[in-house]
Write a protein that binds this ligand. Sequence first.
Ligand code: CMC
Length: 391
Amino acid sequence: NGIITIDPGFKNTGSCESKITFLDGEKGILRHRGYAIEELTKKASFLEVAYLIIFGELPTKEQYVKWEKDIKHHSLLNEEMKNIIDGFPKKAHPMGMLSSLTSALTAFNPATVDITKEEQIYGAITKLMGKFPVIAAWAHSKNLGTPLNYADNSLDYIANIMQMMFRIPTEKYVMNPIAVRALDELLILHEDHEQNCSTSTVRIVGSSEAGLFASVSSGVSALWGRLHGGANQAVLEMLENIQKDGGDVEKYINKAKDKEDPFRLMGFGHRVYKNFDPRARIIKKAADELFADLGTNDPVLEIAKHLEEVALNDEYFAERKLYPNVDFYSGIIYRALGFPREMMTVMFAIGRLPGWIAQWKEMRLNGEPIGRPRQLYTGYALRKFKSFEER
Ligand code: CMC
């Protein structure tokens, strides 16, 4: 009818129907294909949940074995990808490398670009699930200046990520099962979160019939920002600054409340959760358990808990329904597992990959139309062109 309603940030706009993830922000509920996140994190593995999210059902034992085998089959990267890695400066941000190298995968796998049949899509999915963590690990090694590790297919998906990230070929590497289980649980928590910024990006890029790898590469870029996945790195930076400031939590709370100051409490607030983020509850407990199991401590965890307590008792945060989100405690766990700050959003991306894939596949198989929002034009009416002399 020609009438356009604008909704900046799409706060009240639904972009699609979806059967993948149910989220109730008022009640703090998150379910994938009907299964509660609390149960999935305790009873399933990352790859099992990935299968559930992407294909709609928990895998049978046979389906799981095939799924894992097919993914492992694709855990080699083309050797020429190393030339691209070589070309990056040593301190290049790993999210930039991850996005670029995911896009570069299209060049080495052109057959995955123009795909419409389910078996072609399955091939592209297993390829990406196999190769994406290798790229992430290579970006990490590039930053460290250590040799690039290959996948060890005798290990499961998560243990393999740990060895690719941390094994130094000349040294004996001892895998810590506590760390592997903690990472498994943390990555399950990140697997999908319906139409968030990066997922909407993946769907909209894919809606032009761009391939899976190109669409996911855009999702990585969207995730990078500090208002989205980049918040986990920003939280750690904030907590370390508070630590340097002698633990002065109130100073940062006041900064966050000051409307003249652009600073926001990182890891607080959410577009959809208005009472609590169920993932944050699970992560907070997981952080406590991990430190108890490892027999270590991190003063930053105490600062985080103190900050949370003060903020939750503050009128400003209560009025605006601002609670800790998934990124508030995740950085502390990544730090305990040995990841530097710059790698934290990369780990989020590894966790979110199944969600991006599932949403891209759903959009593609539903034959959804190209995403193309409208606008309200507020610029000039018709003007007469001026030559250089007249300007
Ligand atoms: N610190 C201080 N004030 C805040 C914060 C915060 N973290 N978050 C929101 N507010 C205030 C905001 O200033 C506004 O106040 P007022 O009504 O007086 O103008 C009010 O709360 C509503 O905020 P909004 O920006 O309109 O809310 P939004 O839904 O557009 O933004 C958000 C959601 C997550 C981007 C925002 O809460 C934020 O910037 N949080 C910090 C960054 C962060 O932790 N991001 C991770 C999000 S969860 C995981 C993920 O997506 O990856």
